[in-house]
Design a protein around this ligand. Sequence first.
Ligand SMILES: Nc1ncnc2c1ncn2[C@@H]1O[C@H](COP(=O)(O)OP(=O)(O)O)[C@@H](O)[C@H]1O
Ligand SMILES: [Mg+2]
Length: 445
Amino acid sequence: MSDPTPDKELSKVVGSEVAAGLTRWARSNGMEIILPANGWTARGFTDAFVTSLIVRDPDNGDFSLALKVAGEHARSERETHEKALMEAPEEFRANHLVELEHGVIELDGGRIGYFQSLAGGSSRVRPVADLSSAAQHKAAVATCIAASDGLTNKWNTAPFVTRKSTVREFLRREVGHLSGGGTLGSLGRWAASTGWGDLNGRPLRVTGEAVRERVLPDPLLLLGEHPLGACEITVHTGYSHGDLHLGNLLVPTDDRGTRPERYRLIDLSTYQSAGPRSRDLAALLTSGLALLWPGLGPTYQEFLLDDVANFDGEVPERQDKPVLDLIRGVPGVMTAEATRRGFEHEWRVEFTLALLAAALRSTTHENLDPELRWWFVQLAGRLTARYLEIEGVAMSQKPPVEFSNPFPGHRPSPTTAASTTSRPDEVPRLRGLLLGGMSTRDADR
Ligand SMILES: Nc1ncnc2c1ncn2[C@@H]1O[C@H](COP(=O)(O)OP(=O)(O)O)[C@@H](O)[C@H]1O
Ligand SMILES: [Mg+2]
């Protein structure tokens, strides 16, 4: 029997191949696919697309669902999502995750599709990353804080378990966990090609307007051969989303405004049952910083480095800014919980290192403004300094390297160019460290 002819309008939205596969699936399961009024199609950072469709089930009626279409890899993504649903406490699952509906739909061209419930039960739900105007920042921050509370108190309700790691092992895993080494590869390439990875332990000297001069440790210091990298740390473990940037945190936003407490986590393909509790909070915070950063003045952007590094200290009330609420609020709930259990110091160490890893990853995001990527390089240096302060270790006395923004779209200063070419013999060592050494690490648990 030949395939049923797909609806022309459906083909326009999802393409004729996907439409044919969907129509085939619908017919053989006694369902009907209907295009909704004001439907939408969205994309994340992968080859996938997500589109809204109504599935009419003759027994249960119509459901407005989100269809995700992606390559073969989506099969295991869906399985990981299913595992997350099965392991989550019932209430958190019902209120803050999205359900999988029906099974895997085989499509042509090496792709599959699967349906999910619409996040928040509403077609008026948006990624927090889209709340980019200044007027929306308060709501964006409130959503990040509501999610951080949920991760700590509503998702991770199982007994609180810690494990040991070393600084280096932890950092390498956190920098590379999303791509089994690929991200490290891109960090390695950036670091080597721009020169900032070629410091080999020498501090960076950066100049600014509000802070005329800063000397920061090499942001890659603790990932390399530094003896501090071998120090043991305590890692707080639990359910972890694994890629909780603000494109994967959705919130209903309509004429009644934004409802932070109704946030949903989507895209659970990197879920782990025993990941570090700091991973998602660090991703939320760095992603939130990236959202708010463009609206901050250059002077405050410089001070912000100190305010982030001082996340559990007395953040000075420079101004009443949503960004200060973000810095305090995102790690704050977990800081309180860790302190209650006697792990205040251990959590400070873990979160400082998790933020350092998240800042390093952010430097590789080519979609970010080159100035923001450069700010993340400095943040990684500032967090390395913070870790040295926590451990009471002095910064290297080696002469600092003059350094300025090395990213494309920003013209390197003559000093930077000179510093990147002066020690070419050290680049291969660095490449070996970043590309070879790290890509062998990390079997996700
Ligand atoms: N269940 C859902 N409900 C509503 N919107 C969704 C849902 N899943 C995905 N989306 C939308 O599609 C976008 C991309 O989805 P995502 O699963 O994050 O894809 P990717 O793997 O490419 O990042 C999201 O940012 C969101 O706007
Ligand atoms: Mg996504």
